[in-house]
Design a protein around this ligand. Structure first.
Ligand SMILES: [Zn+2]
Length: 121
């Protein structure tokens, strides 16, 4: 199994600070236009509501990073098959799953996972 880092604790901390008023909506709802576009067009729906505005169309976008990925480095990927294909052709790379609300621009890293031949089960 690929090794996974879950960022649920960091997410909770950000949301706690937001509810306490330490962070403003501008601080937490700052998705870059590129990220918003990726969320809209290639992201996948996830079963969660936005923790900030309550919108029901929270989206997940996955980005892959790794020196060996060459032209795919830093690319947003659109489906699990693409991830598997990259995993079969490369020793190691990281995948970052970011949740994005296209309504209020809330965004947060959900998890990071390592993929590639070194992590194949
Ligand atoms: Zn929202």
């Amino acid at each position: 199994m690929p090794s996974v880092t879950d960022y649920a604790l960091a997410r909770r901390a950000v949301l706690r600070d937001f509810r306490r008023g330490t962070l403003t909506r501008l601080d937490v709802c700052d998705a870059h236009p590129e990220l918003l576009r990726a969320a809209q067009f290639i992201g996948t729906d996830i079963d969660d509501d936005c923790p900030v505005c309550g919108a029901t169309n929270l989206r997940l976008v996955s980005y892959v990073y790794g020196e060996k990925l060459k032209q795919a480095n830093g690319r947003a990927i659109s489906n699990p098959a693409e991830l598997r294909k990259l995993g079969a052709s490369c020793d190691e790379f990281a995948c970052y799953d970011v949740e994005v609300c296209v309504e209020c621009r809330w965004n947060h890293l959900r998890r990071q996972s390592l993929h590639g031949r070194l992590h194949a089960s």
